[in-house]
Design a protein around this ligand. Sequence first.
Ligand code: HEM
Length: 408
Amino acid sequence: MSRTIPTQHGLPMDRDAGPFDPPRQITRLREARPVSPMIFPDGHEGWLVTGYDAVRRLMADTRLSSRQDIGILHVPYETPGMPAATEPSPQIPGLFIAMDPPDHTRLRRKLTGAFTVKRMKQLEDHITDIAERQLDEMARLTPPVDLVKEFALPVPSLVICELLGVPYADRENFQVNSAKFLVKDQPLDEKMAAYIALTTYLSDLVTSKRAAPGEDILSDLARHDDLTIEELTGAAFLLLLAGHETTANMLALGTFALLEHPEQLAELRADPDLLPDAVEELLRYLAVADIFYRYATEDIELGGETIRKGSTVVVSLLAANRDPQRFDDPDTLDIRRKARGHLSFGHGVHQCLGQQLARIEMRAGFAGLLRRFPTLELAIPADDVKLRTDMNIYGVHELPVTWMETAR
Ligand code: HEM
């Protein structure tokens, strides 16, 4: 293991290798020292983990705590004014993504039934209808249009609203406010204001569901008497946020990536049976939810290094997915690849609860989009597409696209 590689100062963020690739410095670190010491902007020392094997092990290691408020309320060291964590942060009721077992288990167990493969299969036709209706609306517009606004954001928002029993008419509130959490260096008071606006809304909603439950996931959750209104609110917040931002960015960035790889796109159009593998490969290749924080509750030996108790550990899922030790020719998008085993949904007890839902949404979304818009193309030069380098979930801010209207 080379010791000549200097300690990493701050998290490399510059997408200098291209819009779909990890920053060059991250790739260099993975090659030289996949478990690498890191100094955060506030001087706090920790670790940056980029190798596939090391990331996978860490995500499955319960000695690593998730109590770091990862990306939801704040990401430590990226939000001005955020102090360095010196111990696991206090838990926010219901926000089980930032909890450890047994608290995490208690809440997650109440939701697993609602997100099983079987349950999601039952919803497949309905999700396809939602995607197709949205595409009908997009087809009525005169191009160019913004694919994020007209397609990528509405589809997962409509789906998660319906599943949770959140009125879609109220989307303005949650789309605008949830976007504010994901801005990397949003001042803490602005994040808090957005959080309060959203949780006030959701608290009222779950209170009314507890009084008169309906046929939706939040009502089912509200039927559990042992959950407080605060816990229901926190869980609703997590599901709503996690349920639309990630998939929306996968749909938009995935479309951009396919348009930039025309030969792959042509293959996919010619053989839609390739779609499930293509979706898995796009997940691997793009890893829109890339950076996650953990906190070592004990000394941990990993990749020849010792992570001391109390350290903050940062993992890059994108870097892991691009590790040549795990995937051949990892920086090539290859829709025929068997990409299962990628880490884009995480690994271990926190592995994405909504992954089957996300897969179905992406299959239905891409299938409909490619079929309905055979002449789809970017309406601006690729270099001008606004990338979400300023956000905790990566993607594009807008994707102006056009098509030949006669070919619709
Ligand atoms: C957790 C990614 C879609 C709900 C996670 C984690 C990742 C992830 C990486 C692990 C976090 C960690 O270990 O700290 C993604 C991606 C998606 C997606 C890339 C889309 C392509 C969804 C959807 C839902 C959802 C549609 C719908 C409800 C959740 C929840 C957790 C989670 C509730 C927390 C699980 C736990 O802590 O036990 N997601 N997600 N996700 N995701 Fe997703």
